[in-house]
Design a protein around this ligand. Structure first.
Ligand SMILES: Cc1ncc(COP(=O)(O)OP(=O)(O)O)c(N)n1
Ligand SMILES: Cc1nc(C(=O)O)sc1CCOP(=O)(O)O
Ligand SMILES: [Mg+2]
Length: 221
């Protein structure tokens, strides 16, 4: 049996926003560029704006993503995901529990879980019904300098759960291929995408890595 992709999840670029890299006035056009370049999933991640700003931005992003047919995930905040009708939420180990988020958002919501580099965290997230498992950080990250390092081997080991696997942390178009070859289905990228002047171009480069290396698209001849 192979990995179950459902609820609109598919292998590819997972674009994560950052309010320090992208001013709020440019958020929608930045995300639109990422989608034009091939992003298959978007996460709204904003740790510092006011709750009313976050509500407005999440609602605007939800309209954009719905129109584009790309699921929007809200970081940390299941209530906000529920309020704007987003596709789901991403939860860390110190965020609200998956069970609680599932109760609020329902069976059709996409709930992703941070598993660092720890298969036991992944086993627990799998048992609780996580829709994807996130591992990282794989390379030093200026977005989250304190994120604990992860070993690429965990990506292959996590395939036993048959859940889509996301890699995160310091990923760019220049270093992402080896993570896909190691077992990642999605590359979650902040700085390597939104830190560049030409976001659409970077998104295309990152998306091309899947065409070249992901087993669902790439067949050795
Ligand atoms: C796809 C993805 N993977 C990991 C994270 C990190 O989540 P968390 O550990 O809760 O840390 P913060 O992002 O909240 O700082 C993520 N957001 N997305
Ligand atoms: C939000 C986040 N979580 C991480 C983890 O390891 O769980 S690394 C990270 C930052 C990702 O940003 P960039 O692509 O700029 O490194
Ligand atoms: Mg979190």
């Amino acid at each position: 049996m192979s990995t179950a992709f459902n609820k609109g999840l598919r292998p590819g670029l997972y674009a994560i926003t950052d309010n320090t890299l992208t001013p709020s006035s440019q958020l929608l056009s930045a995300v639109a560029s990422a989608i034009l370049g091939g992003a298959v999933l978007v996460q709204y991640r904003d740790k510092s704006s006011t709750s009313s700003e976050r509500l407005r931005q999440a609602a605007d992003l939800q309209s954009l993503c719905r129109e584009a047919g790309v699921p929007l995930i809200i970081n940390d905040d299941a209530e906000l995901a529920h309020r704007v009708g987003a596709a789901g939420v991403h939860l860390g180990q110190s965020d609200v529990s998956l069970t609680e988020a599932r109760r609020l958002l329902g069976d059709q919501a996409i709930i992703g879980m941070t598993c660092h580099s720890d298969l036991e965290l992944a086993r627990t997230a799998d048992a609780a019904g996580a829709d994807y498992l996130a591992f990282g950080r794989f390379y030093p990250s200026s977005t989250k300098p304190g994120a604990p390092p992860a070993n690429k081997q965990v990506l292959a080991q996590a395939r036993q759960f048959r859940r889509p696997i996301t890699a995160i942390g310091g990923i760019s178009a220049d270093n992402g291929a080896e993570l896909i070859c190691s077992g990642a289905d999605m590359l979650a990228v902040v700085g390597g995408l939104f830190g560049h002047p030409d976001i659409e171009h970077q998104a295309r480069r990152l998306s091309q890595l899947f065409a070249d290396h992901h087993p669902l698209f790439h067949r050795h001849s």
